[in-house]
Write a protein that binds this ligand. Structure first.
Ligand code: SAM
Length: 343
């Protein structure tokens, strides 16, 4: 009898909680919408340029906003740890930066603003409305269902979107490459004189590598519409082409956030174009190597390149590099202090 009443109490609590939780999904889009709004208004820049905590009235007049509406935006942002409140010299509340709000600055090494603008753009949101079609048997990729072609064809035909996606990729490349340079510098001190970045976007990654390791000559390889608008960078040659046709020759090849876009057969086709090079570094984002690649592909890698380093980014909240090395030569690439996950 007692048990039955406890059970029904628990069910009631669960039901009450469900009534609360469902609102996270009803209004689940609000977070990205408010952060996009903050970037478009330039809230982070205004607070950065202000000496000391910035009062709502000062922020509103600087940005040309209605104080009542901006207050609601700021309350949401502060609640989610973008900015915090501290007393101004007048003793009223003012806003200052937090590490999270600094990511909303348009410039700077840690900026993620362009990435947020990409993912919150109408172009990138539309495919999410086709998620169910992707999951169905014989379903179409969500981007293709929305636009009738893949994202790279879409970027080739839409220069503004091309710029947006290249700038967004550069945000992540800046962070990723800084972490690689800091964590495993010896990777690049193994006789590598030329390094090709396959699908290297606008060349941000290579630009950082050649700056850190000036003896390396960089070749940034990507589709013609990407490299033709990339900014010039000393030590980096821009080469346009299709990685399914051929890849420029270099001592080593770096592939970051590319292979996860393709199925295993396509990955084999891409990697075959790189297989005559000595060394292959690949960086994946949140992809489990052993489950992602089928066994034949792993075998292909062992058999075809002398050294294979996969640097995983597995922890979205921070940088957590892991290494996988499948090499016959047992080279010491200088990153043994990183967690080994060879499977
Ligand atoms: C997800 S982005 C990664 C960019 C860069 N590696 C990074 O991590 O920031 C994938 C890149 O692959 C390029 N790409 C797609 N298809 C390609 C092809 N057939 N040949 C060369 N590059 C290609 C795209 O243009 C894009 O720059």
């Amino acid at each position: 009898m007692e048990r039955t009443s406890r059970d029904s109490e628990m069910k009631e609590e669960e039901d009450v909680q469900a009534g609360v939780d469902i609102w996270k999904y009803v209004l689940g889009f609000a977070g990205i919408a408010v952060v996009k709004c903050a970037i478009e208004l330039g809230i982070a820049e205004a607070i950065e340029n202000h000496e000391g905590p910035m009062a709502l009235s000062e922020l509103s007049s600087t940005l040309g906003c209605v104080p009542f509406s901006l207050d609601r935006i700021m309350r949401f942002l502060v609640h989610h740890h973008f900015f915090k409140e501290e007393p101004t010299i007048q003793g009223t509340a003012g806003y200052v930066h937090t590490p999270l709000s600094r990511r909303l600055l348009r410039q700077g090494e840690d900026s993620m603003a362009d990435y947020i603008l990409l993912e919150s753009s109408p172009v990138m949101l539309a495919p999410w409305h086709h998620l169910s079609s992707r999951v169905r048997v014989n379903g179409t990729a969500a981007f293709e269902a929305a636009y009738g072609g893949d994202i790279w064809k879409y970027a080739a035909a839409n220069p503004a979107f091309n710029r947006l996606i290249n700038d967004a990729m550069a945000c992540d490349a800046r962070l990723a490459v800084s972490a690689i340079i800091e964590s495993c510098p010896k990777l690049f001190d193994t006789g590598i004189k030329t390094l090709v970045d396959v699908g290297g976007g606008n060349g941000t990654a290579l630009g950082k590598f050649v700056k850190a390791f000036p003896w390396i000559e960089g070749i940034n390889f990507d589709l013609p519409h990407v490299v033709s608008v990339a900014a010039k960078c000393e030590g980096v040659k821009q080469v346009g082409g299709d990685m399914f046709d051929s890849v420029p020759k270099a001592d080593a090849v770096f592939i970051m956030k590319v292979l996860q876009d393709w199925n295993n057969d396509d990955c084999v086709r891409i990697l075959k174009k790189c297989s005559y090079m000595d060394c292959l570094f690949s960086m994946f984002k949140s992809v489990n190597f052993s489950s992602f690649f089928s066994f034949p592909l792993q075998k292909f890698l062992i058999g075809s390149v002398k050294s294979w380093a996969v640097i995983h980014r597995v922890d979205v909240a921070g940088w957590h590099l892991k290494k996988e090395r499948l090499d016959g030569n047992n080279l010491n690439l200088g990153y043994d202090h990183l967690t080994s996950t060879i499977s």
